[in-house]
Design a protein around this ligand. Structure first.
Ligand SMILES: [Zn+2]
Length: 155
């Protein structure tokens, strides 16, 4: 599960192709390749794989096709924001600040890898990719937290 405005998935995937009863798409996977002479070191490479996929309800917009413009509420709105400005509250709940969903482009669904239909080899590739993605997301979150606290202390 990504964050609400996680573009990563759509970036890495292509449009699904239906062939008979199976739907597949080309997915870019990150693979860690250990060096031959030093297995503790390695390089990350990108490999393209056609994998089984399925559609799920878009998690960014909960299947609505639109969401509130992140410029408005990505920093988190509080009850106070609404109390201070009743007009803003009304507009907000009427959907005046809604934009076409960034993640599904208004389609309400997004294609994801269908893990139930992966071969064992494919499953290994996908879980390796997810581990690298997770590590990067954690690193980014740590970095963002560091930048925030530095700002707080006026560095
Ligand atoms: Zn969406």
């Amino acid at each position: 599960m990504g964050s609400r405005y996680d573009h990563r998935y759509s970036e890495y995937n292509t449009h699904p192709v239906v062939d008979g009863t199976t739907m597949t798409m080309v997915v870019k996977l990150r693979v860690w390749m250990p060096l031959e002479d030093d297995p503790t070191n390695g390089d990350e490479v990108i490999t393209c794989k056609r994998l089984p996929c399925k559609y799920i309800t878009c998690y960014s917009c909960d299947g609505r096709g639109t969401h509130v413009n992140p410029d408005i509420d990505s920093h988190g709105l509080t009850e106070e924001d609404f109390e201070r400005d009743p007009q803003f509250r009304e507009d907000y709940f009427k959907g005046r600040y809604d934009v076409t969903c960034y993640n599904c482009a208004g389609k309400r669904v997004i294609p994801v890898i269908d893990k139930d239909r992966l071969s064992p080899e494919e499953a290994v590739l996908v879980s390796g990719h997810e581990k690298l993605e997770r590590e990067e997301a954690e690193y980014e979150a740590e970095y963002a937290a560091m930048v925030r606290s530095e700002r707080l202390f006026g560095c």
